[in-house]
Design a protein around this ligand. Structure first.
Ligand code: NAP
Length: 310
């Protein structure tokens, strides 16, 4: 990945808005895209980046309710750039008083964490939630949200990130690299396991997530594969893991369950208003340092949200 000039200005087509990028969000999806692991990903050469916040400078035909001059955060292709086009249906307004970079994560990280916990995980007060990668961008949102809904939260993270996870309100933090996560979580839950697992890691961790979900009622919401692919068989679901395994992709949710997505966005607005969802504090890199940012995300060296400034 490198900075190129003279690419030309993208144009807003019907149903799209053109945004002057104030800050672009770096997501694990960018790492996967770079490695050719993102389903339906782009072919090289392409302008990287899926998420940005900035000012609307043009609106295409058939766009209603968004005007030039408004600041929005949303998704599309080519976010690591000075200008990008977003589908008007994929944008939210930058909350009043927030800078562009502070709004990154609203439609990807926070919406994903909320979808995993509420409509899909159906978490309620008094339940226990296990959040993998709890110091990450989605993970931090999930810890805050789960605490707000009255759950007991167990987070996993690399040891040097445990303080961050504790400060967010997690009740327990388990070392994602050293400990036997499954035995540790079972020990912390008196052998019963947890009501909901937020599974973004996969690989060897997936089997541990299945093991610690409560028999019969426990749910494992799968929304990431940072540690690689893993599987569960029908035999295992029948005889070994009598639990619910639920898949989540926020883009597909927005497309196929638009009412649910609208409810998520309305709930996030409310959470912003009452301060449960505070302005983000991303680590900001120059656009030219994009490769460094991606490498750090890939090697588990980051905490929270990462942003690029064009
Ligand atoms: N399905 C969706 O719609 C959707 C939307 C947004 C994000 N996601 C997914 O949610 C996850 C989190 O995304 P994010 O952008 O917020 O990233 P992130 O959590 O900030 O970064 C990934 C973290 O995962 C942990 N991890 C554990 N094993 C890993 C491995 N083998 N390789 C790399 N990381 C590993 C690391 O934390 P520790 O070192 O602390 O363990 C790492 O810092 C990703 O899997 C992403 O693809 C999915």
């Amino acid at each position: 990945m490198r900075v190129v000039e003279g690419v030309g200005m993208p144009e807003a087509g019907p149903g799209e808005v053109l945004v002057k990028v104030g800050a672009a969000g770096v997501n694990f999806a960018d790492v996967m895209q770079t490695r050719g692991l993102y389903d339906g990903g782009l072919e090289v050469p392409y302008v990287a980046g899926f998420e940005a916040a900035g000012e609307v400078v043009d609106v295409g035909a058939e766009v209603h309710g968004i005007s030039v001059g408004e600041r929005v955060v949303g998704t599309g292709y080519g976010a690591f750039a000075e200008y990008m086009v977003m589908g008007a249906g994929n944008v939210a307004r930058v909350p009043e008083g927030w800078r562009d970079e502070q709004a990154l994560g609203l439609v990807l990280n926070w919406a994903t964490a909320l979808a995993a916990l509420k409509p899909l995980g159906q978490v309620s007060a008094g339940q226990t939630v296990l959040v993998h990668a709890a110091a990450g961008a989605v993970g931090q949102a999930a810890v805050r949200l789960a605490k707000h809904y009255g759950a007991t939260v167990i987070g996993t993270a690399s040891a040097d990130k445990h303080d961050v996870v504790r400060r967010l309100g997690a009740d327990q933090v388990v070392d994602s690299r050293e400990s036997d996560v499954a035995s540790e979580v079972l020990r912390l839950t008196d052998g019963v396991g947890v009501d909901v697992v937020l599974e973004s890691v996969g690989g060897e961790t997936f089997a541990k997530s299945l093991e610690v979900a409560k028999r019969v009622t426990g749910k494992v919401v799968v929304y990431g594969v940072a540690g690689g692919e893993a599987s569960v068989s029908n035999w295992e679901l029948n005889f070994k893991h009598q639990i619910h395994v639920i898949g989540l992709h926020i883009g597909v949710l927005g497309q196929h369950a638009p009412e649910m997505f609208a409810e998520l966005m309305a709930e996030l607005d409310k959470l912003i208003e009452i301060g449960v969802y505070p302005p983000g504090e991303p680590t900001v890199y120059d656009l030219a340092d994009g490769p460094k940012a991606l490498a750090e995300l890939e090697t588990r060296a980051t905490v929270g949200k990462i942003a690029l400034k064009p």
